[in-house]
Design a protein around this ligand. Sequence first.
Ligand SMILES: Cc1ncc(C[n+]2csc(CCOP(=O)(O)OP(=O)(O)O)c2C)c(N)n1
Length: 345
Amino acid sequence: MTSAPVALPGLPDGITAGRFLEGFHFMLLARTLEDKIAALYHSGKITGGVYLGRGQEAFSAALAVCLRQGHDIFAPLIRDQAGRMAFGEDILDTARTYLGSVKGPMKGRDGNIHRGRPDKGMPAMISHLGAMISVVCGMLKARQFRGISDTVGATCIGDGGTSTGAFHEALNLAAVEKLPLVVAIANNQFAYSTATDRQYACKDLVDRAIGYGAEGYSVDGTDLAACLAVFDKAVTRARTGHGPQMVVGNLLRLCGHGAHDDGSYIPETIKSTPLGQDCLKLARQKMIDHRWATHSELEAMEAAAAEAVQQAVAQAQRDPAPDPAAETWQPLASRWLLETDHPTT
Ligand SMILES: Cc1ncc(C[n+]2csc(CCOP(=O)(O)OP(=O)(O)O)c2C)c(N)n1
């Protein structure tokens, strides 16, 4: 790749071309992997649901690359494949979980998107509808009780999830406790088939931040550079004692709710607005326009991503399935607590 100076035209202050490239790398890897997972689902090779983050990769990856792996907490939801990878999730973890391998982090027992690595600061997802915010609040509070004050906890949610009681209770608690929490709201215009005008009546979801006593930001969720800038700020503010941060990313889900849903209720009129732009294509074009990478360098990245996905899927397909008779049926969290000397969450 072309080496780049620290500040470049086309990038907000403080965002380097290296960081943009890092975000792009995870977006590309996630898109490549999810395309493969969707194909496997449609050919009947995957049991259970498949939920894709198509169109949300920039928002998701940008949040996670701004976090400190091994120190911070990241609770991803169903559209956060890019963020998971940017926070260190191994591609094999994903492939093994979807393909029911006993060698996966959930030992082939749990639903595909309910995987995690709590020992690495990534709790397994309970629900898409707000449950993870209070889990992250609890993990942050536990760290504080141990005298660790500079851990940031981040999680994501959709526009629909912001209407739940769980969302409200957790945000209120985080603000009262002034927790270093970052909540990324991916406003992808639909909760399953429910459009945002049936979801909330405020002008912009970010207006809710004031009501909770949190700091709020609204960003173009299709623009990787803008997402990196806003999360860099929000994570820094959370880490330095400014309490919960709410970031609303405006974008469009470029697929159905899950691989079982064709998304035919999403009107063409919204697909042709700026919200409907493909963040991966935009980021790729930006790299070309600014000469941060050449066409052939990008093609090499794409080939490397395809190869990494192919190898992970092939490996997971060779792995054994779980054996119910040999299984201890121990919950993941207690297995981890028993196996580690110094739990950090
Ligand atoms: C109590 C409950 N009701 C319904 C569902 C099914 N469900 C899962 S996600 C979802 C929609 C969430 O929409 P949103 O929060 O906007 O997130 P998005 O899917 O757009 O990312 C629904 C209806 C569920 N998991 N739990």
